[in-house]
Ligand binder design. Sequence first.
Ligand SMILES: Cc1ncc(COP(=O)(O)O)c(C=O)c1O
Length: 378
Amino acid sequence: MAKEYKINFINASYRRFYEMHKEEILGAITSCLERGDFIMREDLDKFEKNLADYTGAKYAVGVNSGTDALMLSHEVLGIGQGDEVICVSHTFIAPFQETVHVGAKPVLIDVKEDDCVMDVSQIEPAITEKTKAILPVHLSGAVCDMKEIMRIAEERNLKVIEDACQALGSRQDGKMAGTFGDTGCFSFISPKLLGAYGDAGAIVTNNKEIYEKLLLLRNHWNITQNALLGVQLPHPEVMDWGHNTRMDNIQAAVLNVKIKYIDWIINRRKEIAEKYLAELEGLPIDLPSRKEGETWQEFIVRPKDREAFRDFMQEEGVELLIRDTTPNHKLKGLGLEHFNLPVTEKLATEQARLPIYPELTNEEVDYVIQRVKKFYSA
Ligand SMILES: Cc1ncc(COP(=O)(O)O)c(C=O)c1O
């Protein structure tokens, strides 16, 4: 049985959003049930259009998860055996896990201490004749320096896969994260800024050829699914190996409801972040920052004495998320321990996440602030 907190890290968010929009959400799900529309039906088409419109990308392809979006991105760009892909270790493990799954080698570089995303000055020294792609990860809403990454990629003829799983809605120079590279990968797993009721993901691209190939790759190259789809998809003249990684139609229906509220979600998160920043300034706790246009997928602090801070906050009823005690590349069994990434290794022992979901009440945000102050006054 999970411990009950006065303010839990994320679960209350799901329940509260559902209560706020119950009729619309149930209406969307019921409509799928009544139509018998479960796999690759109009709700998915609609969501792909909604996502493309929202991000400004030409095309969007709904898939099963952010992880599969990354996997298909590697495949569609022809990355495989013998290739190297430059990524960071300071991230959820999925991006370079998928590099390994296509038979290529991750080359991990460090992040910057101020915004915790890829240190682009380390890209060029990491390039070898085997380098095929750069895989920047936009973390917690902060966007990597895409101008510099695209400059290097163009000069060196490298592909770019953007992991924008934590950056839906974040902009750099007015352009949405995920739309700079060859492909942009999104996750809609429940805790994300736009969360489905389970797993879901998507890839965006501006390249028609990539788009058309992704449609085939996600669905067994369109070979056998006609009875499920209710339409006869044309068989390609030449087959290749595909996958089953379609976004579930019911999840798409839920996301079509939630995406209508994305501005509210982003603005409310910003409001909470600004309150935390104003109230916690001056305490011995490092606070995050964002550049113009970036969103707040997470609010990550670096408290002095992290474990005591966590224990105190949890004792006071505030659930924190502390995830990265051992950095990914130092986990035993992955064969990545030879990478030495001082900033990544430092951050792993220092970071803690405060709750920032948009359904938090002002009273709850104040409660979190008061508890943090109390910890430091003790
Ligand atoms: C940065 C990053 N990349 C990839 C993923 C993988 O997405 P999913 O959980 O939908 O497979 C996640 C999130 O969970 C993530 O945060």
